[in-house]
Design a binder for this molecule. Sequence first.
Ligand code: COA
Length: 179
Amino acid sequence: MGAEAPEIRVLGPQDAADYRALRLFALECEPEAFSADLEEARGHGLDWFRNRLDLPPPSATFGAFFGGTLVGAASLIVETSRKMSHRGLVAGVFVSPEARGRGVAARLLGGLVDHATDRLDVLDLAVGTYNAPARALYLRLGFTPYGLMRDALRVNGRSIDEEMMSLDLRTRARRPASD
Ligand SMILES: CC(C)(COP(=O)(O)OP(=O)(O)OC[C@H]1O[C@@H](n2cnc3c(N)ncnc32)[C@H](O)[C@@H]1OP(=O)(O)O)[C@@H](O)C(=O)NCCC(=O)NCCS
């Protein structure tokens, strides 16, 4: 891994095996950072991950690659309900430890926010109050904290408070989207 920029692209069902491996690794390394559970995720077969990477647009999972190896991912999940289809949830943000501190997450999230800006009005996310790197990343991208969910997750006996953040995309320049 040199000093080059990662390739960022939307993942599809053909990336399911790589995505599954990265996701299980993420849940194993950083259980406090995700609401998904490692043992539950291990029970999901490849078809579950193919479906996860085949959600109807504008939902999308962005992947970051160095030399063809998937080193990071971030998902945008949009409810299909008409009453909620203006909002998107940012979830599953993870960069492999050896690729951190090089702007990978900033590029992944930058791609996701650009994609969302052309299609949605608001982005939401939740981040553990303990998680200084992730909080700094989201604040830098313009997310605003609006609330605190106490005891949001319980992980191996530890209670995690989560800060709720949102980003109003209507203040950003838009381009017409084709999907
Ligand atoms: C949070 C995470 C995705 C950051 O990935 P990364 O590729 O290392 O981040 P980047 O190099 O793109 O950094 C982007 C910004 O994030 C913040 N940041 C990243 N790492 C940081 C650290 N260790 N300490 C403080 N801020 C940090 C900074 O604002 C940084 O901008 P700057 O470099 O201009 O100061 C990564 O640490 C990770 O996967 N953590 C475990 C999983 C997790 O917490 N996911 C989020 C769940 S809500």
